[in-house]
Design a protein around this ligand. Structure first.
Ligand code: AVJ
Length: 320
């Protein structure tokens, strides 16, 4: 044995599978049609998202990794070496690897809803970090925070990268952060990646790449509905639209109907006017001070902020 299987323990919280049919029918039945962004991430959608992170226009991923590489030592000082480190929505655990060497956590607890992805990356990480104990937790972090903690463990720290917080409306973001603060307890730290407000031209370019990968990512939602819910969306009759809504400080993504049309999904009919849209995603952009004030409303103290030289992206340490 290479010793990795003994160091990875798996805890299954059996997250309720998303009821895709119910969510799609409810969203398309609204006066302002919408679909939840979590539905983007089927197999094809996850691959398209990975491709987005490598686009020249999509600055967030590479900028955040650059910040983590540059300031990992200082971040480890804040979180506390030898802590118990929880990562919310760990995915492939790529970003955490830039911190593990400096942080040397006693235990690493990746939490992710995708069971296969979680186990695969936990074992890969165990092979790369021979001294690390891993407790992989399959759970929907937006719904439950049951963690396999032991009474003699040191303080918890949490890592929530990727500006995933940007998908929440500010009020939901505050509620989510409140729950994280409760999980961490007094003195606990949260290291969170937050995309920043900037020149709208840069934001619009990041969500309207010239290769059309973001458009394919958005339209894949309709392909998924056609496949999984016996839909008959005509992919040529909808177009990708993304723009920065300055008043609400968010990128909005929509699918625009190019004609008046009727679409059937899972036995139900939905009509579209020409120009009517399905709102598929919000991605909020924060000023540093605005995000800190949101964090304070959720019970955190803003401890330190690291950014890149162009102030595109921030990684923030919050303390309960
Ligand atoms: C994964 C939600 C952070 O908002 O930038 C990328 C998703 N959507 N391009 C983002 C996304 C279109 C991404 N988040």
């Amino acid at each position: 044995s290479d010793g990795t299987s003994e160091r990875v323990r798996f805890h299954d919280n059996h997250p309720t599978p998303t009821d895709v049919r119910a969510e799609v029918l409810a969203g398309l039945g609204q006066p302002n049609k919408r679909l939840p962004p979590k539905l983007f991430y089927d197999q094809a959608g996850s691959r398209l998202f990975d491709a987005i992170t490598e686009l020249p226009e999509y600055y967030p991923t590479r900028t955040e990794i650059g910040i983590l590489r540059a300031y990992g030592g200082a971040m480890a000082d804040r979180l506390g070496r030898g802590c118990v480190l929880v990562e919310l929505g760990s995915g492939s655990s790529l970003k955490i690897q830039t911190l593990l060497a400096a942080l040397e956590p006693q235990v690493y607890i990746p939490v992710d809803i995708s069971r296969d992805h979680l186990l695969e990356s936990a074992h890969a990480l165990a092979a790369r970090f021979p001294l690390l104990a891993i407790r992989a937790v399959c759970a929907d972090y937006s719904a439950s925070f049951q963690l396999p903690l032991e009474p003699d463990w040191p303080r918890l720290a949490a890592f929530f990268p990727g500006s995933s917080i940007g998908n929440f409306d500010p009020e939901d973001a505050r509620r989510f952060l409140e729950r994280v603060a409760r999980l961490l307890g007094p003195g606990g730290r949260l290291l969170i990646g937050v995309d920043l407000r900037k020149d709208p031209a840069l934001l619009n370019a990041a969500y309207n790449d010239v290769q059309g990968v973001t458009a394919a990512f958005n339209l894949n939602l309709l392909t998924r509905i056609n496949r999984e819910l016996e839909g008959n969306f005509d992919l040529d009759a909808f177009a990708h639209r993304a723009f920065f809504n300055d008043a609400r400080s968010r990128i909005e993504m929509h699918l625009v109907s190019l004609a008046e049309q009727r679409v059937r999904v899972s036995g139900q009919d939905f009509t579209f006017r020409e120009g009517e849209t399905i709102h598929t995603e919000n991605s909020y952009k924060y000023g540093v001070a605005d995000f800190q004030s949101l964090a304070r409303d959720a019970g955190f103290e803003a401890e330190q902020v690291w950014t890149d030289v162009a102030d595109l992206f921030s990684v923030q340490c919050l303390r309960v």
